[in-house]
Ligand binder design. Structure first.
Ligand code: APR
Length: 167
């Protein structure tokens, strides 16, 4: 049985095995959670991302996929980078958002991680409505191959939306 926790807070401060980053396909950083993780984690994470781009991920990380790097100076052991879909009014991209969670968990389990912290992927710059994102994320982690999944929500509004989607 996986324990699912919701907390209001900053994902860079979580003492878990894996912190999931809401990255973009370049893997070379951005703002929001991505910016915070690189800032707090230090240059080792960017160096590892550059290596990925120089190797298997020369074309970038496709939307819905996930890949791990060191967590640098973060209290976590690894960062798993995933790319959420940009919200679309005309196309249903829900499966890609579910895939972000499923593939991040698969990568985490392959590393031997027991605990994984997720941000509210796609709900910032990628404009996914938070009530919908919360439903998709919580359904995707229901049978997670790890002991603990913690959603780290950055605002009370986002926290409340996840709380509503859980009940
Ligand atoms: N801890 C937890 N959550 C955070 C933090 C943080 N330190 N900083 C921001 N958030 C929240 C935002 O409030 C939002 O609810 O994370 C959620 C996701 O927002 P974004 O970081 O904007 O991610 P996303 O919508 O998936 O957009 C991805 O943003 O910075 C870029 O490189 C990234 O291009 C990519 C895009």
């Amino acid at each position: 049985m996986t324990t699912i926790e919701l907390v209001l807070g900053d994902i860079t401060e979580q003492h878990v095995d894996v912190v999931v980053n809401a990255a973009n396909s370049s893997l070379l950083g951005g703002s929001g959670v991505d910016g915070a993780i690189h800032r707090r984690g230090g240059p080792e994470i960017l160096a590892a991302c550059r290596e990925l781009r120089a190797g298997h991920y020369g074309g970038g990380l496709p939307t819905g996929q996930a890949v791990a790097t060191t967590a640098g100076r973060l209290p976590a052991r690894w960062v798993v980078h995933t790319v959420g879909p940009v919200w679309s009014d005309t196309e249903d991209r829900s499966q890609l958002l579910a895939d972000c969670h499923l593939n991040s968990l698969r990568v985490a389990a392959e590393l031997g991680a027991a605990s994984v912290a997720f941000p509210a992927i796609s709900t910032g710059i990628y404009r996914w409505p938070v009530a919908s994102a919360a439903r998709i994320a919580l359904a995707a982690v229901r049978d997670a191959p790890v002991e603990l999944v913690r959603f780290v929500l950055f605002s009370q509004e986002t926290y409340d939306a996840y709380e509503r989607a859980r009940s």
